[in-house]
Design a protein around this ligand. Structure first.
Ligand SMILES: [Zn+2]
Length: 105
């Protein structure tokens, strides 16, 4: 079963988070949201962080390897300067800090 982008109307693979055509964030249909993923929101954790917790937030929310993500961020920060830094600061501002959110397993 395919979802359809609410922005441009193209069909989207069931597990996609972003529309491949226009890049809009996919709002998952109810049938595809499992309890495990529904609670996985982006929060910058208070402790497991190096700079602002952006990498930690993404690795927790999406199950990415945090070490790999940090290495990639540093490499991109060097070679794509200053694009990565701008994105990082945007995420720093845009991703809420973890407050009373329950810890993820
Ligand atoms: Zn789209």
């Amino acid at each position: 079963m395919n979802n359809f982008c609410s922005s441009c109307g193209s069909s989207i693979p069931p597990d996609a988070r972003f529309c491949p055509a226009c890049g809009a964030v996919v709002v998952l249909a109810q049938s595809t949201v499992t309890p495990a993923t529904a609670t996985r929101q982006l929060f910058r954790p208070l402790y497991d962080r190096r700079i602002a917790g952006v990498c930690a937030a993404m690795s927790r929310a999406w199950g990415w390897d945090i070490g790999l993500l940090r290495v990639l961020t540093v490499i991109c920060g060097i070679f794509l300067f200053p694009l990565t830094e701008i994105v990082y600061v945007a995420c720093w501002i845009g991703i809420p800090e973890e407050m009373s959110a329950p810890p993820l397993p």
